[in-house]
Design a binder for this molecule. Structure first.
Ligand SMILES: *Cc1c(COP(=O)(O)O)cnc(C)c1O
Length: 360
């Protein structure tokens, strides 16, 4: 098999061990004679798969008992709509931090349902940093405060937890959930599309404090009702069964590797390897403010943009794939999620050094 390293922002690399196990279990899951894809979601085999996935996720993130875990469909983008519908709870205003493309999408969707107060924005510097809490203008009457804790496109990560008093804190953690330990009890709601750092596309995970659900905006579609989904164990209709199964295998692997504290150490080593090199040369440049440098998504540019195409071509010839940056930032972006091996980052940095030498 060809050895490649996939730096895609999402859908993204999955752990080889997980894909191998899924392959082995493809035709016959645990002697059932069936693929997980073929199972009734109401059968005891599949129910056990989903229950175990939830239990393992609760253990990994240390999720308190008064939080519901939902396995839904529709992507993180559908949550941009579902969040105001569920969390406004009779209020007319919500606070949003604007740190990039995903924040902007969440804001523009929320504006359809309420008055959005943008507490702070980093648009002035092309979303290359995150405003610190002392710059936020919070509204004490807001129904909730929403922020994007890792902006996948700009590579801007917020390492501190905002303080919002009694106003529930809501975070889009799509691209860095499970990359390090975090305190779920500080949040009202956390959501993440699976296809970045969890598993296959088609699954979205929502972790929500149970006292916040059940008071819906009038007209909310049934499928968007968190309370109904929670009361039905995310099986009001057919869940994304196969995606949940793969996510469950990923959770087991993370536990076996020592959990999120261990993942954080590895992720730090991987990110530092690349950032340290980027800072050591003028040939490449990283636009992100040092205090907000994402450990998952690392954008960088070449000082001489005329070399971009050659860089990408030579990288992919070596099996270093999907390094082209997002059009709003330009240049390159290396997404190095949990499943990216350290060897992949080392190989990338070696290639970048060689490319620098032969082009300067
Ligand atoms: C990818 C991404 C989304 C959108 O996810 P979909 O599942 O495609 O809707 C939202 N927020 C962040 C931070 C993302 O990285």
């Amino acid at each position: 098999m060809t050895q490649i390293y996939n730096f895609s922002a999402g859908p993204a690399v999955l752990p080889k061990e997980v894909l191998k196990q899924a392959g082995e279990e493809m035709l016959d899951w645990h002697g059932s004679g069936m693929s997980v894809m073929e199972m009734s979601h109401r059968g005891k085999e599949y129910m056990s798969i989903q229950a175990e996935a939830e239990a393992d996720l609760r253990e990994l993130l240390n999720i308190p008992a008064n939080y519901k875990v939902l396995f839904l469909q529709g992507g993180a983008s559908m949550q941009f709509t579902a969040i105001p519908m569920n969390l406004l709870r009779g209020k007319k205003k919500a606070d949003y931090l604007n740190t990039g493309e995903w924040s902007k999408k969440a804001i523009s969707e929320a504006k359809r349902y309420c008055d959005v107060n943008v507490v702070a924005s980093s648009e002035d510097k092309n979303f290359s940093y995150a405003p610190t809490q002392d710059q936020w203008k919070l509204d004490p009457d807001a129904a909730y405060v929403h922020y994007t804790s890792n902006e996948t496109i700009g590579g801007v990560e917020i390492f501190w937890t905002p303080e919002t008093g009694n106003v529930p804190l809501v975070a889009d953690m799509s691209s860095h959930i499970l990359s390090r330990p975090m305190d779920v009890s500080k949040y009202g709601l956390i959501y993440a599309g699976a296809q970045k750092n969890i598993g296959p596309a088609g699954l979205t995970i929502i972790i929500v404090r149970d006292d916040l659900i059940g008071d819906l905006l009038p007209g909310t579609p049934t499928m968007f009702d968190y309370k109904l989904q929670a009361d039905n164990d995310s099986m009001y209709n057919t869940p994304a069964t196969y995606a949940i199964y793969i996510a469950g295998l990923v959770f087991k692997l993370l536990k076996a590797r020592g959990g999120l504290a261990e993942m954080e150490k590895v992720n730090l080593r991987k990110a530092n390897l690349l950032y340290d090199y980027l800072d050591s040369t003028d040939f490449y440049r990283c636009p992100t403010a040092k205090e907000n440098r994402s450990r998952m998504n690392i954008p960088f540019t070449l000082a001489n943009q005329a070399l971009d195409d050659a860089f990408l071509k030579q990288a992919s010839a070596l099996g270093l794939m999907q390094l082209k940056g997002h059009r709003s930032v330009g240049g390159m972006r290396a997404s190095i999620y949990n499943a990216m091996p350290e060897e992949g980052v080392k190989t990338l940095v070696e290639f970048m050094k060689e490319f620098e030498q032969s082009n300067s």
